[in-house]
Design a protein around this ligand. Structure first.
Ligand SMILES: Cc1cc2nc3c(=O)[nH]c(=O)nc-3n(C[C@H](O)[C@H](O)[C@H](O)COP(=O)(O)OP(=O)(O)OC[C@H]3O[C@@H](n4cnc5c(N)ncnc54)[C@H](O)[C@@H]3O)c2cc1C
Length: 266
């Protein structure tokens, strides 16, 4: 038996290169003005999946993304780094999805792939930042999950052993397959694209999968299936007047404590 591995990857705005036109006047994100990148933790997830593939003969890595057709760029990137296959879930009916609708669409797509042994995703995406999609996909597929993964410790055909981050330390967890793993930024950096692969698949068309192909309840997709409504996005900049300079004296510290207690901060 060989392993079927899925990697969940999201194309996100490059939040390290935010220009003056990054926000619309109404406070929403001007996605057209932002360059896009492979979500950083998803690259770490891809590397972990590729390490499993390196260890288990015949293992296959399929990368799944939901987004506009342009998201095919990250599938091509993943293929050039060593993934075997990938597709974009792309359809106007997926648009406006919150994490509930996103994880529903992704889990339905994964179900169409037949037996899947391992699913890797990033812990969180740098635009939405909720860290909910991975765990929700596991819930919908009714499989266990290992979150906050940092290192692949061991792998065989039936189980995976992972070192995961806790608040104060780490723990090593062994889980039977199928299992979903979310990887943090402490994971190994992803290997570079391979030149031969880049050239070979430069002209390849990446498959676009629409909502009709995933056996989905249309009411659970996109905006229609999303109970979350983002009312307003505000860019909060702390003004200088909000900072207080303290003298290094006991009296100043006592005064600070009294103020914090009075303001219900402590
Ligand atoms: C400013 C802002 C605020 C938002 N607030 C909310 C909110 O409060 N509640 C809410 O439900 N939604 C919210 N959203 C929508 C949210 O971005 C989408 O639901 C998004 O598709 C998934 O959530 P996330 O980005 O938080 O992903 P996360 O849950 O942080 O992603 C975790 C991992 O899941 C996988 N993954 C996530 N999205 C995809 C994808 N499209 N394709 C493939 N794999 C994926 C990746 O492996 C990723 O690393 C918000 C979006 C923005 C821009």
């Amino acid at each position: 038996m060989s392993l079927n591995i899925v990697v969940l990857a999201k194309q996100v705005p490059d939040t390290h290169n935010v220009g003056a036109d990054a926000m619309n006047a109404d406070g929403t994100v001007n996605r057209a003005a932002l360059p896009t990148v492979f979500n950083p933790e998803d690259l770490k997830a891809l590397e972990m999946a590729l390490r499993v593939k390196d260890s288990i003969k015949g293992a296959k890595v399929t990368v799944v993304t939901m987004g506009p057709p342009r998201a095919a760029e990250i599938i091509k990137d993943a293929l050039s780094r060593g993934a075997d296959d990938g597709f974009v879930l792309s359809d106007a009916r997926f648009a406006g999805a919150d994490t509930l609708a996103t994880s529903y669409a992704i889990s339905q797509a994964v179900k169409q792939l037949g037996q899947v042994d391992l699913i890797f995703g990033g812990r969180q995406a740098i635009d939405g930042d909720t860290a909910q999609v991975g765990p929700q996909v596991a819930e919908k597929l009714e499989i266990p999950q290992i979150t906050y993964a940092e290192e692949l410790m061991a792998i065989d055909n039936k189980s995976i052993t992972i070192r995961r981050r806790l608040e104060r330390g780490t723990e090593v967890v062994k889980a039977a397959m199928p299992v979903l793993v979310t990887v943090t930024s402490a994971g190994e950096d992803c290997r570079f694209p391979n030149a031969h692969r880049l050239i070979r698949q430069a002209k390849d068309e990446i498959r676009m999968i629409n909502a009709d192909s995933i056996n989905a309840d249309m009411d659970r997709l996109g905006l229609k299936g999303s109970p979350t409504k983002v009312k307003k996005i505000e860019n909060v900049v702390l003004a200088h007047k909000e900072s207080v300079v303290l003298e290094p004296t006991e009296a100043a510290l006592n005064e600070l404590s009294a103020t914090l207690i009075k303001e219900h901060i402590l």
